[in-house]
Design a protein around this ligand. Structure first.
Ligand code: HEC
Ligand code: HEC
Length: 372
């Protein structure tokens, strides 16, 4: 039986928030800028979002802030028109990266032109990733590639205001240390809802977006003079951290064991680590939670914490078979083959190994992956 907090948290996750229309009658406080009305629009039932609904554009610009939000509340000009164009293959017959189109920037050009599109990941099993002991993650890091295998994962160490570093685990670049912070960020940036961690009711408005700063807000005495209080954050956390890991589906024992062996032989397991163990702790998530340089084709040229433009956190592969086929950080790959094709940099050797497998071997490996 799910707990009452889980159920109430789920309702908040699915709730469609509404903007406040005047500064005197408080309502929910969606916006001023926002990307969606609910968490669930981007993470349907806690799963991975679609390209159509859930892509978020990170920018980090002094005028536009950390994201270009798609929507603005009534009476406020939206930041820009953003669209993502996916072509299945480019004119050389290879998979192509999405084109990001930014039109009608409402407040002048951007100083920092780096754009990073991110698709909403599945939230299943995140409570378990949160519990991986720090020591285990640190022990897998090999920043200088001392074992010479071409794979040199490193931790995204995030410093707090006092300069104390903690291991980043969440987000495509492991830029967030805790689930609670990640949720608070989603409330502030994606929905424009102030909360105890990011109290501003104006979300991602910067100091020069005066019209946005002056927009009506939903701060209310019922919510400790914020738009959402600790209780909301705690309930959302109960829901997200209570979402179970995806369950394995059987693909037939012989194909599975052949596929598992090929996964090792191809070097996939160097980053998508099949099993994490320490004392009583045991988890099969197929990730090391470390950053890897994946080469220029995947690079977004936007750093985050200590992660560079070409570095991404190894995503867990559990549940791969049930993901909508919108793989990699911006959903550009529609098959496992395509996702592997994009692996470069530290992933190049594994990609080449995979490319040289026979059709039968690749079928076995894909069947194994689809069952995780
Ligand atoms: C507009 C779409 C959108 C909305 C709305 C949204 N998210 Fe997300 N979410 C994302 C994207 C994109 C990422 C990946 C972010 C990154 O890489 O920086 C993400 C990441 C996350 C993560 C970390 C996942 C991981 O694998 O590390 C959590 C947890 C999360 N969101 C929870 C929420 C909650 C709770 C809400 C509602 C308060 C919410 N999100 C609203 C798009 C969205
Ligand atoms: C050097 C580390 C590394 C190796 C080796 C590696 N991967 Fe990955 N893998 C990653 C990273 C990092 C990403 C995310 C890249 C991005 O989103 O831009 C990824 C993404 C993926 C995805 C998409 C997952 C998702 O949630 O969208 C699949 C599928 C995948 N890898 C399969 C494989 C297979 C199969 C192999 C072996 C042939 C392999 N990987 C080898 C690091 C690695």
């Amino acid at each position: 039986m799910p707990s009452l907090d889980f159920i109430t948290g789920k309702a908040l996750f699915e709730k469609n928030w509404v903007p406040s229309f005047s500064s005197t009658t408080a309502s929910d406080g969606l916006g001023p800028f926002y990307n969606a009305r609910s968490c669930n629009q981007c993470h349907p039932d806690g799963g991975r979002g679609s390209r159509e609904q859930s892509l978020v554009l990170h920018v980090n610009d002094p005028v536009y802030g950390q994201q270009l939000q798609k929507y603005a509340m009534a009476g406020l000009q939206r930041e820009a028109e953003v669209s993502f164009v996916f072509a299945d293959v480019n004119n050389a017959g290879k998979p192509s990266a999405p084109t990001i189109e930014v039109n009608n920037l409402s407040r002048g050009v951007m100083t920092n032109a780096a754009l990073s599109a991110r698709i909403a990941p599945s939230l299943q099993g995140l409570g378990l990733l949160a519990r991986i002991p720090d020591d285990l993650i640190l022990a897998m890091a090999d920043a200088a590639d001392s074992n010479g295998d071409g794979v040199s994962g490193r931790v995204n160490m995030i410093s707090d205001n006092a300069g104390v570093g903690s291991i980043g685990r969440f987000g495509w670049k492991a830029g967030q240390v805790s689930l609670r912070d990640q949720l608070a960020r989603a409330l502030s940036l994606d929905l424009g809802l102030g909360n105890p961690v990011f109290p501003s009711a104006a979300g991602d408005c910067t100091s020069v977006q005066v019209d946005c700063l002056n927009a009506p807000h939903g701060n209310s005495s019922h919510h400790d003079n914020l738009e959402t209080n600790n209780q909301v954050l705690d309930l959302l956390l109960s829901y997200v951290s209570g979402l179970p890991a995806p369950s394995k589906t059987s693909q037939g024992a012989s194909q599975e064991s052949a596929g598992a062996a090929l996964f090792q032989q191809s070097g996939c397991a160097g980053c998508h680590v099949p099993s994490l163990e320490s004392g009583d702790f045991r988890l099969s998530a197929y990730t090391d939670l470390l950053l890897h340089d994946m080469g220029p084709g995947l690079a977004d040229n936007l750093s985050e914490g200590s992660a560079l433009g070409s570095e991404w956190r190894t995503p867990p592969l559990w549940g791969l078979g049930s993901l909508q086929r919108q793989l990699l950080h911006d959903g550009r790959a529609t098959t496992i083959e395509e996702a592997v094709w994009w692996h470069d940099g530290e992933g190049a050797a594994a990609r080449d190994h995979y490319g040289n497998l026979s059709q039968q071997q690749r079928n076995d490996l894909n069947a194994f992956l689809n069952g995780l």
